[in-house]
Design a protein around this ligand. Sequence first.
Ligand SMILES: [Zn+2]
Length: 275
Amino acid sequence: MSLVTFKEIFPQARREKRAVGAFNVANYEGALGAIRAAESEKLPVIIQVYMRLFHSDKGADLAGTLLRMAQRCNQPVVIHLDHGESIEQVQKALEAGYSSVMYDGSRLPFEENLRITATASELAHRHGASMEGEIGHVAQGDDSVLTSVEEAIEFARGTHVDALAVSIGTAHGYYHTAPRIDHQRCQELSEALPELPLVLHGGTGTPLEDVRKAIEHGICKVNIATEYMDTFLKSTRRELEKLDGKFLPVDKMMDPVVDDCAAHAARLLRFFAGK
Ligand SMILES: [Zn+2]
C-alpha cells in the first residue's frame, strides 16, 4: 500500500532541496510509465489528472485503475486532481479516492480565490487528502501574473494549503520563446514561507538549469503535462507507422509506448531529485 498525500513526501523534499515529478495522465499506459519510473528510480511520484477529465466520467473511472496502481507500487504515489475548477469537482475527486486535489482560483480576485480555496482545503483535509492552491497566475493561453510575496503569505495563512503553486515566469504548454524565470521572486517566496512546499506549473520546455535553481528555492513539485503526453503521442505514432496497417493486439502495440513514457519520467524524476 503506497498511496500517499503531499504530507508524506514534501516536508523531507523541501528540507533536502529536492522536487517530485508530477505527470499528467489520461489513460492506463501513461500512468504505468510513471509508476515504472518511480520503481526503477526508487523515488516518489505524483500522477495527476486534469480537471477536464472530470467534465465526464473519465476522471472518476480512471481513479479505480490509478488507486490500484498506487497501492501495488513499492514507492510512494500521490493521485492528484490538477487545476480543479470548483468545489463540486474537488468533492468528486475526493469521493473517487484521489489522495490530493488542487483548486485553481488564480483567475479570480484575491479574496474570492482565498475563500474558495479555504473551503476546498477544509474538504480535502476532512477526507485525509492534501491540498494545492495557486496564487498569482501561470499563463494558460492567457498572460501570467507573477506571485506577490505579501499575497502568498496571506493566502497560505488563510487557506492551510499543503502546497502552493506560484507564478515565477513559466507558462503552460510549449514555449515559442525561452521563458524568463524570476529566480529572485522564487527565493523571496521561499524565504517568506520556509515550511511550505512550492509548485512549479509549466515545467514543459523550461530549461533544466532554471528548474534546478527553482528547486533550490523551495519548489517541491514540478508539473510535466504537455511534454509527457507528447512522448506518448509520438511513440504511438511511431508504433502505428511500423505496423503499416497490419493488426496487432492493442496491449502489445502499447508496450514500447509505455517503455518510452517510463524512460521519460525516470529521467525527470532523477533530475528533480538531484541525482
Ligand atoms: Zn498547471
